[in-house]
Design a protein around this ligand. Sequence first.
Ligand code: P6P
Length: 331
Amino acid sequence: MMNKTTLVQHLQHQEKKFLGATGEFTSMMNEIVVAAKIISLEVNKAGIGGHILGVTGNVNVHGEEVQKLDEFANSTFLNILSKSGTVCAITSEEMADPVIIPKENTGKYIFMMDPLDGSSNIDVNVSIGTIFSIYRKKSAGDSVSDEDLLQKGEDQVAGGYIIYGSSTMFIYSSGSGVHGFTLDPALGEFFLSHPDLKIPTHGNTYSVNEGNVCFWEDRQINLVNYFKEVDEKTNRPYRGRYIGSMVSDFHRTLLKGGIFMYPIDKKNPKGKLRFAFEAGPMAFIVENAGGRASTGKERILDIIPSDIHQCVPLYIGSRFDVETAEGFLKD
Ligand code: P6P
């Protein structure tokens, strides 16, 4: 174990590659790691004692029931990062408005998160996760403006997720490849387990909630039927896999290839997934792993959001498979 690289060591090595690095990014990432360890501990004992399972009785800005663990995860990141001196603002899927950090504790980054994605699966022991995205403050002066909070996807400084599953993994990219770390719970340390991850260029798995088929456009129906047809040359029929926890569905897609889709439908005419907290960071990761992420019509990282809670349709995964989807969906 001792010849393994820890996440802290990896971050220090990465920092040395950036001339003029102040160490503020590394410091912020280390704080994110601390929050991840705290949440991992809570998630893994959620079934014991029972006090943390279940709903809070509140709904979030998207009208979704807030689980107790959602709130725990959100407040854990909020408490740790707001005192870290590395961020000037924090936005969250679970908070209607941004939290602006007071001057005495402010920093140069904006931290955006889905604190516990897939949390409706907590009570049935399905893997869930945290998704985060980091931008650099752009506006002059001490105040935080829309110029800082509504940035183009490709201006992300880093994107990552933590998956609380059979093991807890920390996957991130800061633009120099995608790297995966696995938590050794006995030591409380993340160790490099998946260096420089690359997504297969062509997969044979499609992932979508087919329970929504009656709400889809015809071209979405035609696309999924295409994946189900028999054609040896193009590896079809594809296997269907859908967990209903994006972090889990994306993690499988990143490692094995294929495509994850959350299309528009009559219930969600703009899409269900959030640009800032889900589509944007996962698009940053998948492109750094050689994959592709699209709304079906445009590159996710080309989007400049008009609202911090903006939703988008999402097609993400192996380059070949996302291009196939775009062929069916482009006007
Ligand atoms: P549906 C979880 O609530 C989530 O935001 C993603 O993690 C997941 O991919 C999606 O929604 C599941 O949505 O409509 O298929 O239950």
